[in-house]
Each structure stands twice: as C-alpha cells, then as structure tokens.
Design a protein around this ligand. Structure first.
Ligand SMILES: Cc1cc2nc3c(=O)[nH]c(=O)nc-3n(C[C@H](O)[C@H](O)[C@H](O)COP(=O)(O)O)c2cc1C
Length: 216
C-alpha cells in the first residue's frame, strides 16, 4: 500500500476480531515502526507486547481500577479549552455516537473500551525511561505514528490508548517494570472487525486555515 493512501485511510479501530496476531507479524510491525526518527537516534522507546490471556488479565486490573477511582478519558487540559477545541471534541462524539452498540453511553464505551484495549488480542505498552526529560516524549509520538500507519498497511487496526497512563503504577506492577519507566501510551492492536459499526466512524480534521499559519 502507498504511504499516502495509508495516511488517508487510517482511522482508529475500536472493534477487533477474536483472532490473535502472530508473533512474527508483531515483530515485522515493530521492526517497521522503529524505523522512526528520534533525537540523536537515541530510540528512547521501550515497548512491551502483551498478548492473549496476559492482555485480558491486565485489562481486568485496569477496568477494576478505573471503576474504583472513577477515571474517565479527558483532554488533559490545564485550563478550560478554547471553543474550537471543544467543537472538535463534540464533532468526534457526534461522528461516533450513531455507531455505538445500542444503549451504550459514549463515556462508558470509551472508558471501559480503552481499559479493555477494545478487545484487541494484543496491547502494546510504550514506556520511556525517566532518565529522559519530557522532550523525548516527542520521539514516542513519532514511533506511534509510524506504528499506526505500518499496521494499517499490513491489514491491522490500532487504537492509541492514552487513558492507561492513569494506571501507571498498576501497569508497572503487572508487567514487572521498574519505577523509572514512565508509561507513555498503550496501543490496541489486532485485526479490525469488518462487522463492527464503530469502525465505520471517520473522525474529521480541522481545515488547514485553523491550524497553519504562513509567514512568507
Ligand atoms: C495520544 C493519544 C491518546 C489517545 N487515547 C485514546 C484513548 O484512551 N481511548 C480511545 O478510545 N482513543 C484514544 N485515542 C484515539 C483518538 O481518539 C483518535 O486518534 C482521534 O479521535 C482521531 O481519530 P482517528 O484516530 O480515528 O483518526 C488517542 C489518540 C492519541 C493520539
């Protein structure tokens, strides 16, 4: 698949087939994703692949914690958001709502779904050693972009899961990661379910005039 086509087509997958992703496929995907550029070629990303029963076990812990602590997906903003950001949030809700399982409130679908990696057979947990400053989070963002596009080109679906950072300590404990590893993001990975209505949601993008300034 052409890279430009992959960029145009890719959207987050929130409905997965109950079909495992073979280890050699995950390895190929990760070897492509880690071709991403990074500052000084440090490649600071650390990736834990959690599959099958282990993924389900991790999700049970996350769902339990999410309910106990009443944690919900949010924009992570320090102040109230400007109207155009609120509008983009609203637009996402409106594009997904008609495709949600009947009677399932949006927040519940997102919060439970995220902790459950939307039923994907594999979850990737991306960590950054705290020896690095927050500047290196950019490198993790780049590898996530590469990974999502490469997965799409390979017929796989992904959904980045930022919500899991709320359960950093639990994840470290479950995966046996030392305290100095910062959990940056999770990624649900699997084969998209073609019957899943939610996968038909296509989020829009702001027109370029809203996000680009030209100085010539
Ligand atoms: C850093 C980051 C964190 C995200 N966290 C979540 C999440 O916790 N749960 C979820 O359902 N989607 C999550 N997403 C997916 C976004 O909602 C999605 O990328 C956005 O709505 C644009 O839609 P698209 O990916 O289909 O193009 C996240 C995406 C990014 C880049």
């Amino acid at each position: 698949m052409d890279i430009l086509e992959a960029i145009q087509q890719r959207r987050s997958t929130r409905g997965f087939l109950d079909r495992p992703v073979d280890r050699n496929v995950v390895e190929r995907l990760l070897s492509l994703a880690t071709q991403a550029p990074s500052a000084i070629n440090l490649q600071p990303w650390e990736i834990v692949v959690v599959s099958g029963e282990e993924r389900k076990r991790l999700s049970r812990v996350l769902v339990k914690r999410m309910r106990e602590r009443n944690i919900s997906c949010g924009p992570g903003a320090k102040r109230p958001l400007a109207e155009h950001f609120v509008g983009r949030q609203r637009a996402l809700l409106q594009c997904m709502l008609p495709n949600l399982p009947a009677g399932r409130p949006f927040e519940e679908f997102i919060n439970e779904g995220s902790c459950n990696f939307y039923g994907a057979p594999t979850a990737l947990i991306l960590a950054l050693d705290q020896v690095f400053s927050s500047a290196r989070l950019t490198d993790i963002g780049v590898v996530v972009g590469y990974l999502a596009l490469a997965a799409h080109a390979m017929g796989l679906g992904t959904c980045p899961i930022g919500l899991i950072t709320a359960f950093e300590e639990d994840i470290r404990e479950e995966l046996g990661l030392p305290e100095e590893k910062q959990i940056v993001i999770g990624i649900a990975l699997g084969y998209p379910d073609p019957q899943s209505a939610v996968n038909r949601s296509r989020s829009g993008r702001a027109p370029l005039e809203e996000v680009v300034k030209w100085r010539e």
